[in-house]
Design a protein. Sequence first.
Length: 309
Amino acid sequence: MKLTAACKGVFTIAPTPFLDDDSIDLASIDKLADFYVQSGCTGITVLGVLGEAPKLDASEAREIVLRFIQAAPSLPVVVGVSAPGFAAMRSLARTAMDAGAAGVMIAPPSTLRTDDQIVGYYAQAVEAIGGDVPFCVQDYPLNTSVVMAPSVIRRIVSDNSSCVMVKHEDWPGLEKITTLRKWQADNEMRRISILCGNNGMFLDFETERGADGAMTGYPFPDMLVEMLRLAEAGKRDEAHDLFDAHLPLLRYEQQPGIGLAVRKRVLQRRGLMSSAKLRAPASVLSAKAIEEVDFLLERISRLDARARL
């Protein structure tokens, strides 16, 4: 299956599980994949920021991609292929697509400064990986320092037919979604899928602005799936109530530096990973931070039994 502009729902971002000896935990990959399918996720994204991609060598990255594709054959798998150079990007993209990936995700390098440089970069990336590879633009200025105005995204989409999705992580970014969807409605831009990141912090309103769903690593993707279903059914208050119950943990996870450690801690507590190990360099949760995370889970469990661990 290939990534298309019709994609929606929850494309959960999978972590890379490690054993305590730093090796890849293949059994936990299988467990995560089964959970994502059972939770109603519509896709999986691997080798993103949550996947600790820069800490992997090429053979490990390939092994992780292959394992997730094999473990979840019913779900499209998007592979993060961002790299300092196009040779590495091309190699991983072609390997992933040959293995059955649905498409790739590309973030711009932090060296880009002008609109023309951003647009030119994506044209070169498409030339490198091939115009037959569907790709997702990762718009995450808080991480890359590259600011993409809506007009820049429109140019990338117009110039590259293989661009079918934007991972929207601008903040604030609600007006950007509104602008893109207005251009689409006015036939000034072809339709693309818009999936939102930033740990889902604004997903309740992003979907109301026209986003198609989430692409985030929040460790309760099953909650996000339910929230989107409630919203689609017109149960706005119920959707917001469910989302609001998780906001304290969403906010806590959004802290720079420790967010990944928190997510892995929660996934381990949910029984989906055997270890919360991060590869160095990495932040380590203090005993106090662990106590705070467990406290938040207990509070959420009063309203959502999924957090009763």
